[in-house]
Design a protein around this ligand. Structure first.
Ligand SMILES: [Fe+2]
Ligand SMILES: [Fe+2]
Length: 299
């Protein structure tokens, strides 16, 4: 089973004129790259910050981008989203107890989408109402491998201006709940606009880079009152992640939408390549094969 994760589109960053929306173009590139995969994902999880300011027009702009998508897609809320405009434009989205939280069943890996939006605030939330809902859902299938998806990663990211704290009440509440279960196969999140891998509540967690531009890697402490001139956001290629479930574990891959030139293709000239990487017997020594790095554009 393959889950594509796309996150942090921030569509509508420069207002309602779609021609100005580079983030919508970046989303288009990512969807195109996913559609071109030979082995298609079973579903797509869009882990929040779908639009920049949560307006209805932005969700409509977003919806038009999915018009030709044939892979099922499920949305989550980020801190840039607002629930009511989203619900107006996507009325089929499943809300429970007022939150965009739901379970995707009937697959070998159970998926639980959490709503960590704390409307009006940047950081995440996991209140007692959401805790009750999640606990009741986890208790329905405590032996089924389960992936949890959310926007805000409940971890110290190391990026000092974009991080949760270990002792944030919502982080403590989520950790103490999830620690009671041993069937959580993996957690995925967005929000930081960087790839990050670590552990949380006894399981693994991965944070995916964004469709929108990325956050610069810098782990030095930051002073909110002293602008030290560091780079915060940088131009970058739009990214998506694939999470592959093999029945035992989740393996995560990252891909950029704009791949540049192809250097090596699996064709006649490189017929040895797969045998070599699998350590299978070659017809002749590797040095006797011609080195033929080439690009599509030169053919
Ligand atoms: Fe974001
Ligand atoms: Fe965010």
């Amino acid at each position: 089973m393959i889950i594509a994760q796309i996150t942090d589109f921030h569509v509508g960053y420069l207002g309602p004129d779609e021609k100005n929306c580079q983030n919508a173009e970046r989303l288009e590139l990512v969807l195109d790259a996913i559609n071109k995969l030979r082995k298609k994902p079973d579903l797509i999880l869009a882990t929040g910050d779908l639009v920049e300011h949560g307006e209805t027009w932005a969700y409509e702009m977003l919806k038009s981008r999915f018009a030709n998508l044939t892979i099922p897609i499920h949305f989550l809320m980020g801190n840039h989203d607002t629930r009511e405009p989203f619900q107006q434009v996507f009325p089929q989205a499943e809300f429970n107890d007022g939150f965009l939280q739901y379970v995707i069943e009937d697959r070998s890996l159970r998926i639980i989408a959490l709503d960590t939006l704390d409307q009006g605030n940047h950081g995440g939330a996991f209140c007692p109402r959401r805790e009750n809902w999640l606990k009741s859902e986890l208790d329905k299938a405590p032996d089924t491998p389960t992936l949890i998806a959310m926007h805000h990663p409940p971890i110290e990211s190391g990026i000092p201006w974009l991080t949760a704290q270990r002792n944030d009440p919502w982080v403590v509440r989520l950790r103490s709940l999830l620690s009671q279960y041993d069937n959580i196969a993996h957690i995925i999140a967005g929000h930081i606009h960087r790839n990050i891998y670590t552990k949380f509540a006894g399981t693994t967690i991965s944070v995916s880079e964004a469709v929108a531009p990325q956050v610069k890697l810098e782990l030095e402490e930051i002073d909110a009152d002293n602008q030290d001139g560091r780079d915060l956001i940088v131009r970058s290629r739009p990214v998506f992640n694939l999470h592959q479930w093999d029945g035992y574990k989740v393996t995560s891959h990252t891909e950029s939408a704009e791949l540049g030139e192809t250097l090596v293709q699996y064709d006649e000239a490189h017929a040895y390549a797969v045998k070599m990487t699998r350590d299978e017997k070659l017809e002749k020594p590797i040095t006797e094969y011609p080195v033929r790095l080439r690009s599509k554009s030169s053919q």
